[in-house]
Design a protein around this ligand. Structure first.
Ligand SMILES: O=P(O)(O)OC[C@H]1O[C@H](OP(=O)(O)OP(=O)(O)O)[C@H](O)[C@@H]1O
Ligand SMILES: Nc1ncnc2[nH]cnc12
Length: 177
Protein backbone atom coordinates (compact mmCIF):
# COMPACT_ATOMS: atom_id res chain seq x y z
CA UNK A 1 0.00 0.00 0.00
CA UNK A 2 1.27 3.47 -0.78
CA UNK A 3 2.43 5.73 2.01
CA UNK A 4 -0.02 8.09 3.74
CA UNK A 5 1.87 11.32 3.09
CA UNK A 6 -0.71 13.48 4.85
CA UNK A 7 -0.08 11.71 8.17
CA UNK A 8 3.59 12.77 7.92
CA UNK A 9 2.76 16.51 7.93
CA UNK A 10 2.78 18.03 11.43
CA UNK A 11 0.18 20.61 12.43
CA UNK A 12 1.27 23.29 14.89
CA UNK A 13 -1.68 25.18 16.42
CA UNK A 14 -1.15 28.92 17.00
CA UNK A 15 2.35 28.89 15.52
CA UNK A 16 3.69 31.73 17.71
CA UNK A 17 5.56 33.73 15.06
CA UNK A 18 2.67 33.79 12.60
CA UNK A 19 -0.57 33.22 14.58
CA UNK A 20 -1.93 30.53 12.23
CA UNK A 21 -2.51 26.79 12.10
CA UNK A 22 0.90 25.94 10.69
CA UNK A 23 1.27 22.91 8.38
CA UNK A 24 4.85 21.78 8.90
CA UNK A 25 6.51 19.79 6.09
CA UNK A 26 9.77 19.18 8.00
CA UNK A 27 8.33 15.97 9.44
CA UNK A 28 7.46 14.83 5.89
CA UNK A 29 10.93 15.49 4.46
CA UNK A 30 12.67 13.98 7.50
CA UNK A 31 10.95 10.69 6.57
CA UNK A 32 13.09 9.14 3.78
CA UNK A 33 10.22 7.42 1.96
CA UNK A 34 7.86 10.34 2.61
CA UNK A 35 10.26 12.78 1.00
CA UNK A 36 11.10 10.54 -1.95
CA UNK A 37 7.46 9.69 -2.62
CA UNK A 38 6.32 13.32 -2.40
CA UNK A 39 8.85 14.32 -5.05
CA UNK A 40 8.12 11.29 -7.23
CA UNK A 41 4.32 11.78 -7.11
CA UNK A 42 4.69 15.39 -8.26
CA UNK A 43 7.18 14.44 -11.00
CA UNK A 44 4.90 11.61 -12.24
CA UNK A 45 2.16 14.14 -13.03
CA UNK A 46 4.45 16.18 -15.31
CA UNK A 47 6.59 13.52 -17.04
CA UNK A 48 6.39 13.72 -20.84
CA UNK A 49 5.07 17.29 -20.70
CA UNK A 50 8.25 18.96 -22.03
CA UNK A 51 8.94 20.89 -18.83
CA UNK A 52 12.32 22.61 -19.38
CA UNK A 53 12.60 24.21 -15.92
CA UNK A 54 11.14 23.82 -12.47
CA UNK A 55 10.87 27.09 -10.54
CA UNK A 56 10.90 26.71 -6.74
CA UNK A 57 10.04 29.44 -4.24
CA UNK A 58 12.41 30.15 -1.32
CA UNK A 59 12.72 28.49 1.07
CA UNK A 60 10.46 25.46 1.31
CA UNK A 61 9.80 25.39 -2.43
CA UNK A 62 13.53 24.78 -3.00
CA UNK A 63 13.33 21.45 -1.17
CA UNK A 64 10.61 19.91 -3.32
CA UNK A 65 11.33 21.88 -6.51
CA UNK A 66 14.95 20.75 -6.73
CA UNK A 67 13.92 17.12 -6.34
CA UNK A 68 11.21 17.43 -8.99
CA UNK A 69 13.66 19.13 -11.39
CA UNK A 70 16.13 16.25 -11.05
CA UNK A 71 13.35 13.68 -11.46
CA UNK A 72 12.13 15.40 -14.67
CA UNK A 73 15.60 16.11 -16.07
CA UNK A 74 14.77 19.83 -16.00
CA UNK A 75 16.75 22.86 -14.87
CA UNK A 76 15.97 24.52 -11.54
CA UNK A 77 15.15 28.23 -11.31
CA UNK A 78 15.36 29.62 -7.77
CA UNK A 79 12.74 32.25 -6.96
CA UNK A 80 14.32 34.09 -4.04
CA UNK A 81 13.31 36.71 -1.52
CA UNK A 82 14.55 40.23 -2.27
CA UNK A 83 18.30 40.90 -2.35
CA UNK A 84 19.53 37.29 -2.27
CA UNK A 85 20.35 36.59 -5.93
CA UNK A 86 23.82 37.73 -7.05
CA UNK A 87 23.08 38.58 -10.71
CA UNK A 88 20.76 41.03 -12.44
CA UNK A 89 17.19 40.36 -11.27
CA UNK A 90 13.56 41.12 -11.99
CA UNK A 91 11.17 41.26 -9.02
CA UNK A 92 7.55 41.22 -7.96
CA UNK A 93 5.86 42.36 -4.71
CA UNK A 94 3.19 40.16 -3.13
CA UNK A 95 1.00 39.79 -0.01
CA UNK A 96 1.32 36.78 2.31
CA UNK A 97 -1.21 35.23 4.71
CA UNK A 98 1.00 36.96 7.30
CA UNK A 99 2.77 39.97 5.80
CA UNK A 100 4.25 41.36 2.58
CA UNK A 101 7.39 40.42 0.66
CA UNK A 102 9.20 40.62 -2.70
CA UNK A 103 10.40 37.73 -4.85
CA UNK A 104 13.06 37.84 -7.55
CA UNK A 105 14.53 35.70 -10.33
CA UNK A 106 17.64 36.18 -12.39
CA UNK A 107 16.93 38.10 -15.59
CA UNK A 108 17.46 36.25 -18.87
CA UNK A 109 17.30 32.69 -17.53
CA UNK A 110 13.91 31.69 -18.93
CA UNK A 111 12.06 33.07 -21.94
CA UNK A 112 9.49 32.21 -24.63
CA UNK A 113 11.32 29.02 -25.66
CA UNK A 114 10.93 27.51 -22.17
CA UNK A 115 8.13 25.74 -20.32
CA UNK A 116 8.24 26.21 -16.57
CA UNK A 117 6.54 24.22 -13.79
CA UNK A 118 6.14 26.15 -10.53
CA UNK A 119 6.63 24.04 -7.38
CA UNK A 120 6.05 25.07 -3.75
CA UNK A 121 5.32 23.26 -0.52
CA UNK A 122 1.98 24.96 0.19
CA UNK A 123 -0.64 27.28 -1.27
CA UNK A 124 -2.77 29.37 1.11
CA UNK A 125 -3.87 32.80 -0.17
CA UNK A 126 -2.10 32.15 -3.45
CA UNK A 127 -0.32 35.51 -3.18
CA UNK A 128 3.15 33.98 -3.45
CA UNK A 129 2.30 31.65 -6.33
CA UNK A 130 0.39 34.30 -8.31
CA UNK A 131 3.33 36.68 -7.93
CA UNK A 132 5.72 33.90 -9.02
CA UNK A 133 3.67 33.01 -12.11
CA UNK A 134 3.34 36.71 -12.98
CA UNK A 135 7.09 37.19 -12.61
CA UNK A 136 7.90 34.15 -14.77
CA UNK A 137 5.36 35.16 -17.43
CA UNK A 138 6.87 38.66 -17.62
CA UNK A 139 9.90 36.97 -19.22
CA UNK A 140 7.62 35.63 -21.99
CA UNK A 141 8.02 32.07 -20.76
CA UNK A 142 5.17 29.56 -20.63
CA UNK A 143 4.14 28.97 -17.00
CA UNK A 144 0.75 27.28 -17.02
CA UNK A 145 1.33 24.57 -14.41
CA UNK A 146 1.85 24.71 -10.65
CA UNK A 147 2.29 21.85 -8.17
CA UNK A 148 2.01 22.01 -4.40
CA UNK A 149 2.46 19.44 -1.69
CA UNK A 150 -0.30 21.04 0.42
CA UNK A 151 -3.41 22.98 -0.56
CA UNK A 152 -5.49 24.91 2.00
CA UNK A 153 -8.63 25.09 -0.18
CA UNK A 154 -10.76 27.07 2.29
CA UNK A 155 -8.38 30.02 1.88
CA UNK A 156 -8.95 29.89 -1.88
CA UNK A 157 -5.46 30.48 -3.29
CA UNK A 158 -5.55 27.53 -5.69
CA UNK A 159 -8.82 28.78 -7.22
CA UNK A 160 -7.32 32.26 -7.63
CA UNK A 161 -4.31 30.72 -9.36
CA UNK A 162 -6.63 28.72 -11.66
CA UNK A 163 -8.37 31.99 -12.55
CA UNK A 164 -4.97 33.15 -13.87
CA UNK A 165 -5.05 30.26 -16.35
CA UNK A 166 -2.79 27.96 -14.33
CA UNK A 167 -3.48 24.23 -13.94
CA UNK A 168 -2.95 23.42 -10.27
CA UNK A 169 -2.17 20.08 -8.61
CA UNK A 170 -1.57 19.20 -4.96
CA UNK A 171 -0.71 16.02 -3.10
CA UNK A 172 -3.05 16.71 -0.18
CA UNK A 173 -5.51 19.26 1.22
CA UNK A 174 -6.12 20.40 4.79
CA UNK A 175 -9.30 22.01 6.11
CA UNK A 176 -8.99 24.63 8.83
CA UNK A 177 -6.50 27.46 9.13
O1 LIG B 1 -0.27 31.11 -0.62
P1 LIG B 1 0.41 32.11 0.27
O2 LIG B 1 -0.55 32.76 1.24
O3 LIG B 1 1.21 33.10 -0.50
O4 LIG B 1 1.41 31.31 1.24
C1 LIG B 1 2.22 30.25 0.81
C2 LIG B 1 3.69 30.58 0.94
O5 LIG B 1 4.01 30.85 2.31
C3 LIG B 1 5.08 30.00 2.71
O6 LIG B 1 6.32 30.59 2.48
P2 LIG B 1 6.98 31.71 3.39
O7 LIG B 1 6.86 33.02 2.67
O8 LIG B 1 6.44 31.63 4.78
O9 LIG B 1 8.52 31.37 3.31
P3 LIG B 1 9.45 30.14 3.80
O10 LIG B 1 9.27 29.03 2.79
O11 LIG B 1 10.81 30.75 3.71
O12 LIG B 1 9.04 29.73 5.18
C4 LIG B 1 4.95 28.79 1.82
O13 LIG B 1 6.16 28.07 1.73
C5 LIG B 1 4.52 29.39 0.51
O14 LIG B 1 5.63 29.84 -0.28
N1 LIG C 1 -0.95 27.69 7.25
C1 LIG C 1 0.31 27.62 6.79
N2 LIG C 1 1.14 26.64 7.21
C2 LIG C 1 2.41 26.59 6.76
N3 LIG C 1 2.94 27.46 5.91
C3 LIG C 1 2.15 28.44 5.45
N4 LIG C 1 2.37 29.44 4.58
C4 LIG C 1 1.24 30.18 4.48
N5 LIG C 1 0.27 29.66 5.25
C5 LIG C 1 0.81 28.57 5.88
Amino acid sequence: MSLDLKSLVRTIPDYPKKGILFRDITTLIEHPEGFRESVERIAATYRGRDITHVAGIEARGFIFGAGVAIALGAGFVPIRKKGKLPGETIGQNYALEYGVDTIEIHAGVVGPEHKVLLVDDLIATGGTAIAAVGLLRRTGTVCDDAAFVIDLPEIGGADKLRAEGVTVSSLMAFQGH
